[in-house]
Design a protein. Structure first.
Length: 147
């Protein structure tokens, strides 16, 4: 049996640093993923995505949205059209689809292990960005065995 975390020795410094670097990168990409996923949802449900809608739904200022959209444009994920709102590029749409797929998998997994759907939805919002591909694959396998 594996020792509790409090009793295990620290990993080697390089391994430890790599873990933290992966988490910092997940934090950075989480914002982009959240924005493109919300833009895709707004385009699907309301046929338009505007900065004011993003600010309201994310609970941030319009200045924050404007700065973030600028970064997403620079990264080739979002396009803006004068008087027409926000649109996803092909890369942005691919990111939104992948984020939605991860989110849905995380929600289904959390519900399968006994969490109520509302809490699963809330918790998945953060967990989806930090679960490794290995963890997500394990969650998918777990769900497959329960069919």
């Amino acid at each position: 049996m594996r020792k509790p975390a409090a009793e295990r020795p620290l990993p080697p410094a390089d391994d430890h640093a790599a873990r933290f670097a992966r988490q910092r990168e997940a934090d950075r990409s989480a914002t982009a993923e959240d924005y493109v996923e919300l833009i895709a949802d707004l385009l699907r449900e309301e046929n338009e995505a505007r900065a004011v809608d993003l600010a309201r739904r994310m609970g941030v200022s319009q200045a924050t949205v404007t700065a973030t959209i600028g970064r997403l444009q620079r990264d080739g994920l979002v396009e803006t059209k004068p008087y027409r709102g926000l649109f996803l590029t092909e890369a942005g749409q691919a990111m939104a689809t992948a984020a939605k797929t991860r989110h849905d998998l995380m929600v289904r997994f959390l519900v399968a292990v006994g969490l109520d759907p509302e809490t699963a939805e809330e918790d998945a919002e953060g967990l989806e960005h930090h679960a490794s591909d290995k963890a997500l694959a394990a969650f998918a396998r777990f769900l497959e065995t329960r069919r």
